[in-house]
Design a protein around this ligand. Structure first.
Ligand SMILES: Cc1cc2nc3c(=O)[nH]c(=O)nc-3n(C[C@H](O)[C@H](O)[C@H](O)COP(=O)(O)O)c2cc1C
Length: 184
């Protein structure tokens, strides 16, 4: 199997991180990979906010936990009621991917950028996990303002990055590959 295919198959959502910060050189490579994603009409509608400030990360984790604890959805409320729950899994780097909402396919552009960054991270032996639950932070305007998201952009998803804790190997969730219909 070639290196690209190996990276695709080895990438896992990592939920245990070392507190050591990832090096700037790797972070630059990850961001660069994000910027090389395909985008509709080459509009490149993404914007990346890199958060490495521990106080802000703690604030985000606390806010998300509190909001989730008040959710009407049982599984979300249960997660948020666990005092140990950290939406970012205590990773030292969080990247918020925002999209320029006047783009013709900004959500797809941003998703492509995220996947490029996840794969770039794996290729550098850096762990990552895509974070949908951050929406509990994005919902309030004052939180978006705190992140300094540029005008015209909406925060879409976040991704945690950090070195993997080697003795916490993620399980490989079972894949359903029976999703192909050939028309020949
Ligand atoms: C749109 C999206 C949102 C996700 N949100 C979360 C999240 O908030 N927290 C989390 O731990 N994992 C999240 N994940 C990761 C998935 O749980 C994970 O990709 C899936 O279980 C398959 O595991 P794998 O990534 O190791 O292959 C998200 C993935 C996607 C694509």
């Amino acid at each position: 199997m070639n290196e690209v295919l190996k990276t695709i198959k080895n990438r896992r959502s990592v939920r245990h991180y070392s507190s050591e910060q990832i090096c700037q050189e790797s972070l630059d490579l990850i961001l660069d990979a994000g910027g090389y994603a395909p985008s509709a009409h080459n509009q490149q509608t993404w914007h990346f906010t890199v958060i490495q400030n521990q106080k802000l990360l703690e604030h985000i984790n606390e806010t998300v936990r509190r909001e989730m604890a008040g959710s009407e959805v049982e599984w979300i409320r249960k997660m948020g009621s666990n005092p140990d729950f950290l939406v970012t899994y205590n990773a030292p780097t969080l990247i918020i991917v925002s999209g320029r909402t006047d783009g013709i396919a900004w959500a797809a552009d941003c998703a492509a950028a995220i996947q490029n960054m996840l794969l770039a991270a794996e290729s550098l032996d850096i762990g990552s996990v895509w974070l949908g639950l951050l929406r509990f932070f994005f919902e309030e305007k004052k939180n978006k303002d705190l992140l300094g998201i540029p005008d015209g952009y909406e925060p879409y998803y976040g991704v945690s990055f950090g070195y993997k804790v080697k003795d916490k190997i993620p399980v490989v969730p079972k894949r359903n590959l029976d999703v192909v219909n050939y028309i020949r």
